[in-house]
Ligand binder design. Structure first.
Ligand code: ATP
Ligand code: MG
Length: 99
């Protein structure tokens, strides 16, 4: 949703969202989500995972906080990387539940 919202906020240039799932051995999956949207504003990449941190007029600022806690509950982590361009990259790594 954030990637779609980020490219929708752009008036010109490419509007791309790339989702790459990668198998990391038998027990882990890594998912990369990259968009060519507006990029992060001045907030730090750690701040945006806190509840109620939002730059959107209609935003609640809960999406990343909830997503991160779901990923953590599956033994993984979710992080963001500020790209050199305005684009944004989010990744999460999850472990398969013990069998
Ligand atoms: N792909 C992105 N590109 C640029 N900024 C982003 C991106 N994803 C998140 N952000 C920044 O992080 C903030 C927090 O995102 P988060 O998803 O937690 O809340 P939100 O999208 O503002 O509201 P909602 O609760 O509806 O998800 C956003 O307001 C935005 O400033
Ligand atoms: Mg969101």
């Amino acid at each position: 949703m954030n990637a779609i919202e980020a490219i929708s906020a752009k008036s010109d240039g490419a509007r791309e969202v790339l989702v790459v799932p990668k198998n990391q051995g038998l027990d882990e999956i890594l998912v990369l989500v990259r968009d060519s949207g507006v990029g992060l504003d001045q907030s730090s990449v750690d701040e945006i995972f806190k509840p109620f941190v939002t730059s959107k007029p209609g935003g609640m600022g809960m999406g990343l906080a909830i997503s991160a806690s779901i990923v953590r509950a599956h033994g993984g982590r979710l992080w963001a990387v500020r790209m050199r361009t305005r684009a944004q990259l989010f990744s999460f790594l999850c472990r398969r539940a013990a069998r």
